[in-house]
Write a protein that binds this ligand. Sequence first.
Ligand SMILES: C[S@@+](CC[C@H](N)C(=O)[O-])C[C@H]1O[C@@H](n2cnc3c(N)ncnc32)[C@H](O)[C@@H]1O
Length: 299
Amino acid sequence: MSAHDYEDYEKACKNYDEFRLAAGGETELNALRRLGKPLRDLHIADVGCGTGNYTKYFLDNGVGKVSMFDASEGMLRYARTKVADYVAAGRVPHCEQLELPCPIPGGEQRYDAICINFVLHHLGSPDDDLATETFPKAMAAIRNVYDALRKGGLFILLSSLRPQLPHIMWHTSFITDLDDLFNQPIIKFVCGDYNIIERALTKIGFSNMQATVPLHEILLKPHHYYNIDNASDPRFIQSVSTFALIKNRDKNKGTNHMETYFQRLRDSKERNELAAVIEEKETLRKIYGCITAISAEKP
Ligand SMILES: C[S@@+](CC[C@H](N)C(=O)[O-])C[C@H]1O[C@@H](n2cnc3c(N)ncnc32)[C@H](O)[C@@H]1O
């Protein structure tokens, strides 16, 4: 499954920054300290950088250089504007289009760290097979990450893992057949359980894996996340991939679970139950977390 099968980032880019932030960025920054160098001496890459929220966060917090890559020219347009001052200061050596699994520009053994945040679920292929843990496109991308890292460099991956998927946002309470939504082999791989990711990274050659769950973090800007009126705002719906998956499933199966989501939301509001639903879901989110940061070293 490629990004374009269910999420059109040329359209999504317009509303993305209204709702999204660099969730988990602080955890990635802490992982960078494993490198044992001052942050200002690092050159890292943000691959699948989207509108550049993480790149900007890294640069704002003292990382020396960040190169940014994304498949979507629309997302990159926003990214370029966001970090224009850093580009002018020479701290963004690359800001260009790259469709994974193509090799990462900059040369072999170049980067101190490569971050891939909420991207690999777009790298499905018809040959993916969960039983044999075969994921040709995603694995080719991770191999290219390995090659682009210097010795001792870090691959840092942000994803939501399986126990976290029901808690990525309270809105999932109103989604029909949530498990079925995340059924594709690629999602079961990169948003599956930590074991399968650990085995895959080990197969490629990575070692010294660490996984951290920042229980205090949410995926969306808090003032929007907790504003119940946003839950049905088309701009909000367009900025979250989960809704793109629902729309895609509706199209393929002839269902209308998107309308069911809106109806359940309205019903809950009318019955004055919404606050209780949100509180219950938020309690669980703080138990399971909604983000896992995995860092792995190239020996
Ligand atoms: C959910 S967004 C995440 C963006 C950013 N990392 C963030 O978390 O804000 C997924 C991003 O992956 C990019 N993407 C999807 N498939 C890709 C591919 N094959 N190669 C590079 N980028 C890809 C999309 O264009 C989009 O910007």
